[in-house]
Design a protein around this ligand. Sequence first.
Ligand code: GLV
Length: 333
Amino acid sequence: MSEKKKVWVSRPLFPEVLARLAEQFEVEAETVERRYSPEELRARLAGVDGAVVGLVDRIDAAVLEGNTRLKVVANLGVGHNNLDLPALTRAGVLASNTPDVLNETTADYGWALLMAAARRVGAAERWLRAGEWPKQGVHFDDWLGVDLHGRTLGVLGMGRIGRAVARRAAGFDMRVLYHNRTRLSDELERSCHAAWVEKETLLREVDHLVLVLPFTPANRHAIGAAELALMKPTAVLVNIARGGIVDDAALAAALREGRLAAAGLDVFEGEPAVHADLLALDNVVLSPHIASASFTTRRAMADMAADNVLAVIGAEPGKPVSPLNPEVLAAKG
Ligand code: GLV
C-alpha cells in the first residue's frame, strides 16, 4: 500500500476542514498559534507534500532551499506578501490564496472600524466600563464625533474589497472618491457610485479614508507624514489593508496633535507589536488583524485552502481554485 501524502497545517484550523484533509493525507496540524523561524519552517516543510500556512509564515527561497518534495502551499488569506512567488515557482511549488470569499466580510469590518472611530465607540466604552458615567455624567456636548452620512468617503485601492467598501457608502448618502493605479471601467465605477481622482486630490477632499491596497514595496508608507498633512483635521483614517502601508509613527503624531480626528486600524507595521504611541491614544480603534474573521468567511477561507491542496496533491487532482502561480502546473503539463 502506498504511503499517504503529508500535509502540514501551520496554525489551528477548523476540525471539519482538517478532517477533510485527513481523508486523503497524513495531516500534521499545529494546535497552538505561533510564529516559526525560517529554520523551523524549513524543517517543517522538508517532510511534507503540501502545507496550509498563515500570513505570518514567510515562505521564501531560503525556506524552500533543497526541498524537492513540497508541491503546494495554500495561504490562509487573500494578501500574499508573506510568499515569495518567484521562489515558489522556481521550486515548482503551487501557491494559492483565498480571494473573493472574504470581500464582503472585510468591507463590513472596514465600516465597523470607520463608524467606531468616527463616533468614538472604543473610548466611550472604556470610559463607561471604568465606572465614570455615574461619577461624571454625560454632558450634552460630550463625546462628540464626526458624521459619516452626507460626507465624502475616499477609498485608496479599488480592488474587489475596495469596491465592496465603496458600494456600502450609498446607504449613508455619501459621495465616493477613489484612487487606484488603474481606473475602473465606467460600468464598475457606476456600480459603486465612485469617481476616480488623483491620490493628492483624494487625500485633500475626503472626509474619511479607507485603505484597501495590497502591500508591495512601492506601497510602503503610501500614507506617511506628507500624505497625512494633506488630510482634513476632521478626517478619519481606516487601515484594513496591511501594516507598513501607513507610517504608524507619523499617524500617531497626527492623531496626537489633532491633525487627524481618529483612526481605525486592523493592521500594523511589525504586528503583532503595535506602536506604543498608538496604544497611548484614545482616538484610535485598534484590532488584531481580524477583518475577515466572521464564522462563515473564515470557514470558507479554510475550505478554499484545503480545496487548493486537494487539487494539487489529492487523489483526483484538478484545477486549483485560486492559484497564484499557475505556470507551475503548466510547466508540469
Ligand atoms: C488578510 O489580511 C488577508 O490578506 O486575507
